[in-house]
Design a protein around this ligand. Structure first.
Ligand code: 5GP
Length: 206
């Protein structure tokens, strides 16, 4: 049934190290027309990360300017650094009927839900806390104190799982990607997104 629907805002949240990036990167090629919003951050660049690709990397002063200009849809402090979503590209995509995916920690996810109640909230859970710790250490990108802070934050986030409409357990990547894609496609197929005018136009053709 051909119809125009508004863009859907998807929010993906889950503990650091749970595999959000991996799921997204594996899923995006098989999901058409999903715009991924690149965040701004003050955290140091990891090897291989490119400005404008994984993040827009800013000094604290520049990040504060974005805040002062009200250029961020949401922002949060996470393990000694700031992260935020540039508002303009998200608003533009949604206004043009395109779906948008945000990848956020819990504070930012809550802020988006408050501002955009119809946002679709997806929580990515680890199969266990010990597996999460193993993955964080295996990544080799964080100091021991940062790993401890990330694990503490992970417990807090998992406690909030019921605030999300969906949960995907990242046990094996193929099943997590399958579940993630299913959520996106099921949400796109909701009849609540159909407008009465489009239905009327469709019927007029017969
Ligand atoms: P990392 O330093 O591992 O790249 O990201 C740390 C955490 O910040 C992750 O949980 C990630 O999803 C979250 N994050 C990334 N971008 C944003 C953003 O724009 N806003 C918020 N609130 N969290 C973000």
């Amino acid at each position: 049934m051909p119809f125009n629907r508004p863009g859907i805002l998807f929010v993906m949240t889950g503990a650091s190290g749970v595999g959000k990036d991996t799921i997204r990167q594996a899923a995006l090629p098989s999901i058409d027309e999903l715009f991924f919003s690149v965040s701004a951050t003050t955290r140091p660049r990891r090897p291989g990360e490119v400005h404008g690709k994984q993040y827009f990397f800013y000094e604290k002063a520049a990040f504060e300017r974005l805040l002062a200009e009200d250029a961020l849809l949401e922002h949060a402090e996470y393990v000694d650094d700031f992260y935020g979503t540039p508002a303009a590209p998200v608003k533009e995509a949604l206004a043009g009927g395109r779906d948008v995916l945000l990848e956020l920690e819990l504070v930012g996810a809550r802020e988006v839900k408050r501002r955009v109640p119809e946002a679709v909230m997806i929580f990515i859970a680890p199969p266990s806390l010990s597996e999460l710790e193993r993955r964080l250490r295996g990544r080799g990108t964080d100091s021991e104190s940062r790993i401890q802070k990330r694990l503490a934050r992970a417990r807090e986030e998992i406690r909030a799982v019921k605030e999300f409409g969906y949960v995907v357990v990242n046990d094996t990547l193929p099943t997590a990607v399958r579940d993630f894609c299913s959520i996106i496609y099921a949400e796109r197929a909701r009849t609540a997104l159909l407008s009465r005018r489009d239905i009327a136009n469709f019927l007029r053709e017969l």
